[in-house]
Write a protein that binds this ligand. Structure first.
Ligand SMILES: [Fe+2]
Length: 193
């Protein structure tokens, strides 16, 4: 899927969850915003939801991981360009490839834990699952491309990070700024971001 946007805006979008109620109302119904938590690591950050209803799209067509923790799902962004979506009955990867400063390719792959997932009888539910995620990422495409256009607005002043909701986005901005200053990552670079 092509995005007419800089790759870093794709990461900003994937790192925060507060756009869910407005951009992804159907996904938000399965995974309410109030049940999301944030996490930060050395070279990754993301969201975890504690109340993901995996059966709302495909029922119980695919077997689940027996040790999966409750109704949780995790969405880590591994810097610089790999998104993971980990659910109890399937997971996806999105590889974010910069093409130009304002063009990015988002490559989606969906995987199942179920040995029988490739059975032709499950083709229809696999297609439903794929279509549901593609709808979510197409909804993101609209707002990310809007962010790109907004960068050229005379009203754009750099924006503000929310201490409550933007910790992962701020974490990535600091990581990217450090890497721009020190691409090999061999020095300790102190920046005010
Ligand atoms: Fe989104």
């Amino acid at each position: 899927m092509p995005f007419a946007a800089n790759w870093k805006l794709c990461l900003e979008n994937n790192l925060e969850a507060y756009h869910l109620p407005w951009v992804h109302p159907e996904l938000c119904a399965q995974s309410p915003l109030e049940n999301h938590e944030q996490f930060l690591g050395d070279n990754f950050a993301g969201q975890i939801t504690l109340d993901y209803d995996h059966s709302s799209i495909t029922g119980d067509a695919f077997s689940t991981v027996a040790t999966w923790p409750g109704r949780s799902a995790e969405y880590p962004t591994l810097y610089p360009n790999l998104f993971l979506g980990l659910q109890c009955d399937h997971f996806w990867t999105r590889i974010i490839t910069p093409v130009t400063v304002s063009e990015t390719i988002d490559s989606l792959q969906i995987y199942y834990f179920d040995d029988n997932a490739s059975d032709p009888k499950l083709g229809e539910v696999r297609a439903q699952r794929t279509a549901a995620w593609k709808q979510v990422f197409t909804e993101d495409q609209g707002v990310v491309e809007g962010m790109q256009r907004g960068r050229h607005s005379p009203a754009f002043d750099g924006g503000r990070f929310s201490e409550v909701m933007d910790a992962p986005s701020h974490h990535f901005a600091q990581w990217a700024a450090r890497r721009l200053a020190d691409p090999a990552g061999t020095q300790r670079v102190s920046l005010r971001v």
